[in-house]
Design a protein around this ligand. Structure first.
Ligand SMILES: Cc1cc2nc3c(=O)[nH]c(=O)nc-3n(C[C@H](O)[C@H](O)[C@H](O)COP(=O)(O)OP(=O)(O)OC[C@H]3O[C@@H](n4cnc5c(N)ncnc54)[C@H](O)[C@@H]3O)c2cc1C
Length: 392
């Protein structure tokens, strides 16, 4: 269990010398000892200066193709970054990177017009521009229809929206706002500096604290109409889900890597800690928990390998990855809670790695869509696979 996930031959065979060099560099950069110097105050989030440093180190355009100014290291490059950022003990930076690279930069690269892409993408890759994906809305939207709107006014759009729990929301320079226009779902790029954009609140959180999560409002914000990306009907949602799929895959990997390290540490702890003269891990109840966790780890690894192959061969894996995210995050959350319990009173103290692990993975339950939503996507795809594949 202490062999890193990416050393598995199924991943290792895809490594190029550039991937190996990246892995070394990322491991050195994401040294847990550096974390305190990167964030605002104790338990605070990444600073803008640090984002620029990540850009300077070449981490922010890793998976984007070279013709768009990226490094062309693909999904494996993103996985390598996730593996390294996972060492930090706080999954916030991993989430922030997924939002910046796999969600917003990817959306800009694949869904927007050339002119908009050329204006913003180089800044995102360099870390001068931070992106946030503004999808979730506060409160009960009744029939769950999007309340955010844009209306056309000549060559401009006028946007009204309220978006909550937005990763990078406070630091962001570019907001990718999901909204409705002319009855269709769409996304508009809104520069944060435009009049009418406000950060209403920056949340305090249980875990993923190294990245900010904010509540944003957009009141009569005007942007050029070219900032809109809209496709007719269900295609917009399909494209959004495709982009989110890479991020969900990486969140699955984040959970699996965390689970793997918790299992390794719990095996060590369970052997060393004795109860009534016997190692804790040898008691039937604990043995069963550990056996289940070992089996879950094998299944997560198999799912990640399968998902990786599907994504690199550009198959539509929206449903499979939704199911994978549900499985990896659900199993890791349960196991982390068991681990904290197996530590006794120490598992309630904040310096417990198991308790901290639990706090991190709880955030992944909602980030990228709730586990219920993952089950819904996976279930719908089972029922309508042929129709979805026909949509591409
Ligand atoms: C760490 C973190 C990062 C996030 N980052 C972002 C971000 O960058 N951008 C962004 O837009 N949002 C972000 N979010 C918000 C996240 O996407 C939402 O919280 C999530 O999609 C759930 O939506 P909600 O909060 O409106 O809850 P709801 O959807 O109202 O869910 C409330 C409860 O109802 C359940 N539920 C939902 N639908 C059903 C159903 N049909 N049947 C039964 N139960 C159901 C859910 O599982 C949940 O338990 C983030 C959240 C967290 C915690």
């Amino acid at each position: 269990m202490n062999r890193p996930l990416l050393d598995h031959p199924a991943f290792a065979r895809h490594f190029t010398p550039e991937h190996r060099e990246l892995r070394e560099r990322a491991r050195r950069t994401f040294d847990p000892a550096h974390l305190a110097a990167w964030v605002h105050g104790p338990g605070g989030h990444l600073t803008k200066t640090q984002w620029q440093e990540l850009g300077r180190l070449g981490f922010l355009g890793l998976s984007l193709p070279r013709e768009l100014g990226g490094h062309g290291l693909g999904l494996l490059g993103a996985l390598i970054l996730s593996e390294a950022a996972g060492q930090l003990g706080d999954l916030g930076i991993s989430l922030g990177l997924h939002c910046q690279i796999e969600i917003t930069a990817e959306w800009l690269a694949t869904a927007h017009e050339d002119e908009v892409r050329r204006r913003f993408l180089p800044g995102m890759i360099a870390g001068r521009l931070i992106g946030c994906a503004c999808d979730t809305e506060p409160g009960d939207t009744g029939d769950r229809q999007m309340a955010a709107t844009a209306v056309r006014d000549g060559d401009e759009l006028v946007i009204n929206a309220r978006k909550i729990y937005i990763v990078n929301g406070s630091n962001a320079d570019l907001c990718f706002v999901t909204l409705k226009i002319d009855g269709e779902m769409a996304t508009a790029v809104v520069e944060k500096e435009r009049p009418g954009v406000q950060v209403l609140h920056v949340f305090d959180k249980l875990g993923t604290r190294s990245i900010d999560s904010a509540f944003l409002s957009f009141t009569d914000v005007r942007v050029p109409a070219s900032h809109l990306s809209v496709k007719r009907g269900v295609r917009q949602l399909m494209h959004w889900n495709k982009v989110m799929t890479a991020a969900r895959f990486l969140m699955s990997a984040d959970a699996c890597i965390l689970h793997r390290s918790l299992l390794h540490r719990m095996l060590e702890y369970g052997k060393a800690r004795t109860v009534e003269g016997r190692p804790l891990a040898s008691w039937p109840v604990q043995r069963q928990v550990l056996a289940r966790a070992a089996a879950d780890q094998e299944l997560m690894q198999a799912g990640l390998i399968e998902g990786f192959e599907q994504l690199v061969s550009r198959k539509n894996a929206v449903a499979e990855i939704a199911a994978l995210k549900w499985f990896c995050v659900d199993r890791t959350t349960r196991f982390a809670a068991h681990c904290a319990e197996m530590q006794g009173g120490a598992g309630y103290m904040w310096d417990s790695d198991f308790l901290r692990g639990h706090a991190q993975v709880l955030g992944l339950k909602m980030a990228g869509g709730s586990l219920t939503t993952m089950q819904t996507i996976a279930g719908q795809a089972l029922a309508y696979r042929e129709e979805l594949e026909a949509l591409g």
